[in-house]
Design a protein around this ligand. Structure first.
Ligand code: EPU
Length: 441
C-alpha cells in the first residue's frame, strides 16, 4: 500500500509554478465533444481526473493525445457513441459534464449517475431541470440518465440550488445552450473563474455568450462550433494550498503563473492571519513571520472563500493562535478531515454545519487516512507543521487534483515522500470492501 510520509516541522521557502486548473480542464475537455474541428489545449494538468476524462472521451469517439510540447490535441473520430461507460463516470463527478455537449451535438446522451469525492450529498436535479427547460426529454432508468432532443431551444433557466448556484450544472446547461435555437438566459449562474474559462473556450469555438463571470449569462445559439485553441487558467486551489503550506510552516513561499485576482478572498483571509502578501500580475508571495492568528471563515460560492479550501483552512487554524469558527455553506457535511486532523492533535469541535477550532502550539505526527481530495491536502498541511513523522494512507486522492504535489513541496524544503508499506489492516479492509461489493458480506 502507498503512504505519504512527511517529517514535519520544517520551514518551507522558495518558489513553485502553478499548474492548470482541474475544474476548468474537465468541463473544457467535455466541451470538445461540441467541436466541428480539432482542439488544442495548453496547460492541461497531468492528473488522474484528467486521464479519466480523456478515457471517457475516448469511449465517446474523441481521440485525445498529449503532444511532445505538453499540449493536448482532441479530434472527433467517431460521432456516433452517446453512452458514457459507467466504470469511468463512477470515478468522478465531473464526468457528468459530458451530458450537455452529447445532448446538444448528438441528440442523445446516456450517462450514469456520477461518483466522486465523498463530501456529502451531490444531487443533479438542477442540471436536469436546466436541460429539460431547453427542451430535452429526460428519464432516469436504473442509475442512468437518458436525455434526448432533436434540437434544443433557448430558454430562461434558474441555476440556483439550495446551497447556491451549481458549478458543473452551469457547465452542463451552458454547453447545451450554445447549440440551441434562439436565446437562452442562465440566471444564478456560477461565477467561478473555471466557468468563465469554459465560456471563453466556447467563445473561441464560435459560441455567442455574454455575461461570463456574472450571475446572468446570455447565450445566442449557433448551428455549428469549430475547433479552437485554448490555454487553461491556473489552478487557484492548488496555488492557495501551496501558500497555506508556507503559512502553516511559518515560511516564505511564492507561487508563480497566477494572478492575485483569482484569489482575492483567500489572500484577504491569509492577511488577517498575519501573513505578509505581495503580488505581481503573475505571482503571489506569502511570508509568515510568526504563528498564524486564528480567523473565522465561511466557505461560499465565488467570489466567496472556496469550499475546496475549507479543509486546508481547518488545518491552518488547527495550528493557529486562538480560536476560530469555520462554516461551509456549499457542502455543509464536508468535514471528514476534522476527525483525521484530530489524530494529529487538532482540537476541533463539530457543531452541526460548523467547526470550532482551538489552535494548538504543536501538532504531532500520526498515521491518518485520506478520505477525499481536499481532505488529503489538509492532512498534508497539518503533517508539514506537525512535530515528528506523519503517514497519510490512500494518498491517491491527491493525484486527482494536485500535479506533482510532493515534488513541488520538496522543492520548497519539505521532507515528504511516497513509500510502499505493508499494512495487513488495510488489506483486510480492502478484502471486506470487495466482499461487500460481490454481495458476499
Ligand atoms: N446541488 C444541488 N443540485 C444540483 C447540483 C448541486 O442541490 O443539481 C448542490 C450541491 O449538493 C452542493 C451545491 O449545490 O451543496 C454546490 O454544488 P455544485 O454543483 O456547485 O458542485 P459541483 O459542480 O458538483 C464543483 C467542483 C467541486 C467544488 C464545487 C463547489 C468541479 C469538477 N467540481 O462541483 O470541486 O467543490 O463545484 O465549488 O468543478 C474539488 O475540486 O475538490 C471539488 C469537489
Amino acid at each position: 500500500m502507498d503512504v505519504l510520509r512527511i517529517t514535519g516541522g520544517r520551514r518551507l521557502a522558495g518558489s513553485v509554478p502553478v499548474s492548470g486548473a482541474k475544474n476548468a480542464a474537465l468541463p473544457i475537455l467535455a466541451a470538445t465533444l461540441l467541436a466541428g474541428g480539432d482542439c488544442l489545449l495548453a496547460d492541461l494538468p497531468e492528473l488522474t481526473d484528467v486521464r479519466t476524462m480523456a478515457q471517457l472521451l475516448g469511449a465517446l469517439g474523441v481521440d485525445v493525445r498529449r503532444q511532445s510540447d505538453g499540449q493536448v490535441a482532441t479530434r472527433i473520430v467517431d460521432a456516433r457513441p452517446t453512452r458514457a461507460p459507467r466504470n469511468l463516470v463512477r470515478r468522478m463527478r465531473a464526468s457528468f459534464c459530458v451530458l450537455g455537449p452529447l445532448l446538444a451535438r448528438r441528440g442523445r446522451a446516456v450517462v450514469p449517475l456520477p461518483g466522486g469525492c465523498l463530501i456529502g450529498p451531490r444531487p443533479i436535479d438542477v442540471h436536469l431541470r436546466g436541460l429539460q427547460a431547453l427542451g430535452a426529454e429526460i428519464s432516469i432508468c436504473g442509475d442512468h440518465v437518458i436525455a434526448t432532443a432533436s434540437r434544443l431551444r433557448g430558454a430562461t433557466i434558474d441555476l440556483l440550488g439550495p446551497h447556491g448556484p451549481t458549478v458543473t450544472g452551469t457547465a452542463n446547461v451552458l454547453t447545451a445552450a450554445v447549440l440551441a435555437t434562439g436565446r437562452s438566459v442562465l440566471l444564478n449562474a456560477a461565477r467561478e473563474p473555471e466557468i468563465v474559462d469554459l465560456g471563453e473556450f466556447l467563445q473561441r469555438m464560435g459560441a455567442k455568450i455574454c455575461g461570463l463571470g456574472t450571475s446572468a449569462i446570455s447565450i445566442e445559439g449557433v448551428t455549428h462550433l469549430q475547433g479552437a485553441t485554448h490555454r487553461i487558467i491556473p489552478d487557484r486551489i492548488e496555488a492557495a494550498t501551496l501558500l497555506m503550506a508556507g503559512a502553516i510552516t511559518e515560511g516564505e513561499v511564492t507561487v508563480h503563473g497566477i494572478s492575485p485576482d483569482l484569489l482575492e478572498c483567500v489572500l484577504s483571509a491569509l492577511r488577517q492571519t498575519g501573513a505578509q502578501i505581495e503580488s505581481s500580475e503573475s505571482s503571489i508571495s506569502l511570508r509568515m513571520a510568526a504563528r498564524p492568528r486564528a480567523v473565522d471563515l465561511v466557505a461560499e460560492p465565488f467570489p466567496g472563500f472556496p469550499t475546496d479550501l475549507q479543509a486546508q483552512w481547518l488545518a491552518l487554524m488547527s495550528a493557529a493562535q486562538g480560536r476560530s469558527v469555520i462554516a461551509d455553506r456549499v457542502f455543509t457535511q464536508r468535514w471528514a478531515h476534522a476527525r483525521q486532523l484530530a489524530k494529529l492533535g487538532a482540537r476541533i469541535e463539530r457543531q452541526r454545519g460548523t467547526c470550532r477550532v482551538t489552535g494548538v502550539a504543536e501538532l504531532r505526527g500520526a498515521t491518518v487516512q485520506a478520505t477525499d481530495l481536499r481532505a488529503s491536502a489538509a492532512l498534508v498541511l497539518a503533517g508539514l507543521s506537525a512535530v515528528g513523522q506523519s503517514e497519510i494512507r490512500r494518498p491517491h486522492h491527491l493525484d486527482r487534483g494536485y500535479q506533482r504535489l510532493e515534488e513541488k513541496l520538496s522543492s520548497l524544503g519539505a521532507m515528504i515522500e511516497r513509500v510502499q508499506v505493508d499494512c495487513p489492516g488495510e488489506q483486510r479492509w480492502r478484502a471486506s470492501v470487495l466482499e461487500v461489493k460481490a454481495g458476499r458480506l
